[in-house]
Design a protein around this ligand. Structure first.
Ligand SMILES: Nc1nc2c(c(=O)[nH]1)N[C@H]1C(S)=C(S)[C@@H](COP(=O)(O)O)O[C@H]1N2
Ligand SMILES: [Mo]
Length: 386
């Protein structure tokens, strides 16, 4: 017989009654983020991973990521916005506050700009103990070709007052993080907000932004980690003091202990990614390739400047040989690389390692930090050469 539980319907399995919810309260609010666990992923993390999927890495040989294969991260709920009647305000420490409709923005100078997006939490699940949020490995990346208008002339038109120091970008979405109810909000220092490549975008790959990616308007900050690129933009507020919002003061910080205020996470660390070679095992996604000449391909990027070098290793990071670099997809996106690999039969571990013009190079092992931020340790792909 089937019994109805208080919280959910029971399931009859081989004559026994099983409560599908046993041990899992479906609606327990967490006032704070739960403590790190070692190996097992919780129900909550698994659900977050379904909502916030990663890039399909097989597209790492394409300059532009297909819309549905770019990663996405949505902290709260996707706000359902209408492009008709939509406008943003530019206010605060400015001479002339502005209200700009989508049509106003589209009448301004328009750019088409391939731009790299990477979540600051990319790589966090390789760390131990890991911080509990979306359990990214190395798939929180993607490049869209955005259509938009540069931010700098808009700020100039509003006229920054002499005491202006930061620009706050507020999203339409709201929710609770670290016990505080707030709108998703992030700030940039004035000089970063004025940089070339910082745009307000309404299209990805020639189509209106999908709801999950910020419809109808988002900020794109190509050099910073993804959290700076505020989606579902509602307001731009110029302020004269350091912004104290939750997502600025408490989250996105490089901290090494509980009481440590840490330093803010800003520009993307240098990183290379490899298109997984050959074909996968269904469950583990362990790779299989035929022996002989195998062309390895991938992308590299850095928030600190252009990529100078990518190297490849097939012996678990012991020896490195240079890959061939192509032209960057855009000054604001990634740089393709390729490597002619002589694959000899046996089990191999493949890695790629990028260096940027500033001399930043990826560490062989990630540097642990509490929030699992900016983990750019080199990738390791297990491959069996047949
Ligand atoms: N309003 C708003 N903007 C946001 C977010 C959000 O939750 N709300 N997530 C940020 C984070 S942490 C990342 S990594 C990127 C992800 O952008 P994507 O979903 O287009 O890949 O959006 C950023 N902008
Ligand atoms: Mo992110």
């Amino acid at each position: 017989m089937l019994r109805m539980g208080a919280a959910a319907t029971g399931m009859a399995v081989a004559g026994r009654t099983v409560d599908a919810w046993a041990g899992h309260d479906p609606v327990l609010p967490t006032p704070d983020r739960p403590p790190p666990s070692s190996k097992l992923f919780s129900h909550a993390e698994t659900r977050l991973a379904f909502r916030n999927h990663g890039m399909h890495l097989e597209f790492l040989d394409k300059p532009i990521t297909p819309v549905a294969s770019h990663f996405q991260l949505i902290h709260f709920d996707i706000p359902q916005l209408d492009d008709r009647g939509y406008s943003i305000t530019v206010k605060g420490r400015v001479n002339k506050p502005l209200t700009l409709s989508l049509e106003d923005l589209k009448r301004r100078k328009t750019v088409k700009q391939p731009s790299i997006m990477e979540c600051a939490g990319n790589g966090r699940s390789f760390a131990h103990p890991r911080s509990i949020y979306v359990p990214w490995f190395n798939e929180a990346i993607g490049v869209f070709e955005y259509t938009g208008t540069p931010l700098k002339p808009i700020l100039q038109e509003a006229g920054l007052l002499d005491d202006a120091t930061e620009v706050v970008f507020t999203g339409h979405d709201d929710g609770i993080d670290l016990g505080v109810h707030h709108h998703f909000e992030r700030a940039l220092p004035i000089d970063e907000a004025m940089l070339d490549g910082v745009i307000l975008a309404w299209e990805a790959n020639g189509h209106p932004l999908p709801p999950a990616h910020g419809f109808p308007l988002r900020l794109v900050v190509p050099t910073w980690y993804g959290m700076a690129s505020v989606k579902w933009l509602k307001a731009i507020t110029v302020i004269d003091h350091p912004f104290q919002g939750v997502q600025q003061k408490l989250v996105y910080r490089m901290t090494f202990s509980g009481g440590d205020a840490g330093r803010p996470i800003q520009k993307k660390s240098v990183r290379a990614a490899m298109k997984p070679p050959g074909y996968p095992d269904l469950i583990s996604r362990y790779r299989f390739v035929e022996s002989g000449n195998v062309e390895l391909r991938g992308m590299a990027w850095s928030g600190w400047g252009p990529i100078r070098k990518v190297e490849v290793s097939d012996d678990d990071r012991r020896t490195w040989r240079p890959a061939v670099l192509e032209e960057p997809v855009s000054p604001h996106a990634w740089t393709p690389w390729r490597f002619n690999w002589q694959a000899r039969p046996g089990a191999r571990i493949l890695s790629c390692r990028a260096t940027d013009v500033t001399g930043n190079i990826q560490p062989l092992r990630a540097i642990w930090n509490v929030q699992g931020m900016a983990q750019n340790g080199v990738e390791r792909w297990g491959v069996r050469v047949l």
